[in-house]
Design a protein around this ligand. Structure first.
Ligand SMILES: Cc1cc2nc3c(=O)[nH]c(=O)nc-3n(C[C@H](O)[C@H](O)[C@H](O)COP(=O)(O)O)c2cc1C
Length: 227
């Protein structure tokens, strides 16, 4: 597949054909995704291809529980899980929108998560993350940059197999509930839960901001880049 086309058309897919995804296909996807970059080339990722129905349901339940929080934030008009909200503010939003849980329908993606054709839990070895912002007096996010290119490469490599899917992070909010069931040792964190399958629909056209919305020359408030 042409690289430019893949980069411009790889959307988040949550509806899949009822075709299974063989473990051999997952192996091929990972065999390409493993060439992703990471800080110091430490490759601190681990992947669990979760097939066991009970474990899948536990992931689904963790996701659903945190999804209620996500929906409450949307209802309050704030970015879900924004690090700029305090935990008290987030708790207030959830308490104020307790009705969010009832709005989840039986066909919604979080409810169907346990039934997706392939469900990958991507873990990050914290000791391998180059967290260069850890001493800064603001929210720390650089560590994740050593694992998310790999997660994105999974989604891109999946397309060569005719597969598509979505990177999800909502269930990470309930990580403690998943550590024991997936035997994740100390020193590792869950970075993402990736759903994959044969897409139900053609990939849709992506809506993204134009370059002039986010790029400037020389300073944050500089002029737009030339044509
Ligand atoms: C870091 C990250 C976390 C995400 N977490 C979730 C998630 O928990 N659940 C979900 O359904 N989609 C999740 N997504 C998918 C985004 O919602 C999706 O990429 C975005 O809406 C753009 O969708 P599109 O590519 O189809 O236009 C996540 C994407 C990224 C990059």
């Amino acid at each position: 597949m042409d690289l430019r086309h893949a980069l411009r058309s790889t959307s988040a897919v949550r509806d899949f054909q009822p075709r299974p995804v063989e473990e051999s296909a997952i192996r091929r996807v990972l065999d390409t995704a493993r060439f992703a970059p990471s800080g110091g080339n430490r490759q601190g990722w681990r992947v669990i291809d979760v097939r066991d129905p009970e474990r899948r349901r536990a992931i689904r339940d963790a996701y659903l529980d945190a999804w209620v929080e996500y929906l409450a934030h949307l209802r309050a008009g704030v970015t879900p899980f924004s690090p700029l909200l305090t935990s008290e503010e987030r708790a207030a939003v959830v308490a104020h929108h307790a009705e969010a849980r009832a709005s989840i329908g039986p066909d919604d993606f979080p409810v169907r998560l346990d039934a997706v054709p392939a469900l990958l839990v991507v873990c990050a070895r914290l000791g391998s993350m180059a967290a260069t912002d850890q001493d800064l007096d603001r929210y720390h996010f650089i560590g994740g940059a050593s694992v998310y290119p790999f997660v994105w490469s999974i989604l891109l490599a999946a397309r060569e197999e005719g597969l598509a899917g979505v990177m999800t992070t909502v269930a990470v909010a309930r990580e403690p509930a998943l550590r024991a069931i997936l035997h994740i040792p100390d020193g590792f964190a869950i970075a993402a839960v990736v759903a994959l399958g044969h897409p139900q629909h053609e990939l849709t056209r992506l809506r993204r901001r134009e370059v002039d919305n986010f790029a400037t020359r020389d300073s944050f408030d500089g002029p737009p880049l030339g044509p």
